[in-house]
Ligand binder design. Structure first.
Ligand SMILES: CC(C)(COP(=O)(O)OP(=O)(O)OC[C@H]1O[C@@H](n2cnc3c(N)ncnc32)[C@H](O)[C@@H]1OP(=O)(O)O)[C@@H](O)C(=O)NCCC(=O)NCCS
Length: 373
């Protein structure tokens, strides 16, 4: 193990899902390069690939999409939970709580059999966008937009969130962002999900635990922090001074650095192009977030040798899609639930309790001070 701790370099599971070549910036889902998937596939297709083991035929994809669309509706207690907490709970608190409530009436909640896990995964993927959309509308004091089974995943999601149909370019951009976040090997939230599953606990518990892990600013919470940094900087002209000041103060610059990538995160490279394209359609009433990001990238690379990770360009991309900043990490959940569920299925398929050791560094054994205090 590395002396730095953090389980760096330790293999904790065997997986067929995802591999990363951190030196060369390559990310692969079940053998397919993420760049090919981002160019040619849809999010639904990638979800099928990760969950079922291979790309679907066109009829398999059509059936999978229709099952997903049919499972989008959230009713009963989970819907009531969202309505009850929308004004007080922050987005990730809402999701941590509401996703848990979706298990109450799940017919498969007591089974960890593979078929049951596949059905639960599909329902979670379908319902999480509805929870997020409902929450957003409720906290704005508006009626939720019900899911439309005629729409694809990305178009439906953005419609529920914003109350109006996205353009085809916006929907495709969002779909690609979802593809890019769907899995990422043994990251902290996926490890959390696998640890929970390894006790033979259920899919919903594993996903709720993973949401808690993703929430932290060193993991999925970084995308929200990136947007806050861009807003605090305010303009392209201010970037140099502000980034240097933060570096001198030894602050972490959110959206940079990665445990595994030692070069540009391939997901960041793809999102950078989408953010650029969206910035060219912007109406000019806001700062040029893309140019600010690009300049930050240059400075942080020159000064610290750190490259952007997926959270860096997802921030401006989501902002250009008119998604509120505090929802960014919930979008990460919406996508990554695919990876978490696929890992839970793998874990349950060949389970052994994950139970490592710790090195004791406390006091040596000593006598209890009977009557002397
Ligand atoms: C992602 C991250 C946690 C991985 O870090 P890690 O492998 O645990 O590396 P460490 O935290 O041990 O950092 C190693 C060194 O790089 C520096 N570093 C790493 N990321 C940095 C960042 N974003 N800004 C400034 N310095 C950074 C650390 O300060 C440390 O320097 P030191 O050795 O002088 O103390 C880290 O890069 C980070 O905090 N990034 C910002 C948060 C973020 O974007 N998270 C999303 C990840 S997808």
């Amino acid at each position: 193990m590395s002396d730095k701790g953090g389980l760096e370099g330790i293999v904790v599971a065997r997986s067929e899902l995802c591999s990363i070549d951190g030196q060369n910036g390559i990310l692969v889902y079940r053998g397919y390069d993420i760049r090919d998937l981002a160019e040619h596939a849809s999010y639904e297709e990638v979800a099928y690939l990760l969950l079922r083991g291979d790309l679907p035929s066109s009829s398999e994809l059509a059936a999978f999409k229709s099952d997903l669309a049919a499972a989008r509706v959230v009713s009963g207690e989970a819907a009531q939970v969202v309505d009850l907490i929308a004004q007080d709970a922050k987005p990730m608190e809402m999701l941590r709580t509401a996703v848990s409530a979706t298990s109450f009436d799940d017919a498969d909640k007591d089974s960890n059999e593979e078929d049951a896990n596949q059905r639960k995964a599909l329902r979670l993927i379908a319902k999480i966008p509805t929870l997020i959309g409902r929450y957003q509308r409720r906290r704005e004091g508006k009626e939720p937009v019900e899911p439309d089974p005629e729409l694809d995943y990305a178009t439906n999601f953005l419609t529920m969130l914003r109350g109006e149909r996205p353009t085809a370019e916006e929907a495709r951009t969002f779909d690609v962002a979802m593809i890019l976040h769907a899995d990422h090997e043994m990251n902290a939230s996926t490890f959390t999900a696998r640890v929970i599953a390894s006790t033979l606990s259920d899919m919903h518990s594993a996903v709720v635990g993973a949401i808690g892990a993703l929430k932290g600013p060193l993991h999925g919470g970084a995308n929200e922090q990136v947007m806050k940094t861009l807003e605090a900087v305010g303009s392209v002209e201010e970037v140099d001074e502000e980034v240097h000041r933060r570096l001198v103060e030894k602050q972490r610059i959110m959206g940079f650095g990665h445990r595994v990538y030692k070069t540009m995160d391939p997901r960041a490279a793809i999102l950078k192009e989408y953010a650029h394209a969206l910035s060219e359609r912007a109406d000019g009433t806001e700062p040029n977030w893309y140019e600010m990001s690009r300049r930050m990238e240059e400075i942080v690379l020159a000064e610290k040798g750190l490259y952007p990770n997926v959270d860096f360009y997802s921030a401006s991309t989501y902002h250009y899609l008119r998604i509120p900043t505090d929802l960014f990490t919930t979008l990460f959940v919406a996508s990554r639930v695919v990876g978490w569920s696929a890992h839970v299925i793998e874990q349950h398929r060949d389970n052994r309790l994950i139970r490592p050791n710790s090195e004791y560094v406390g006091p040596a054994r000593r006598a209890y001070p009977v009557g002397s205090r």
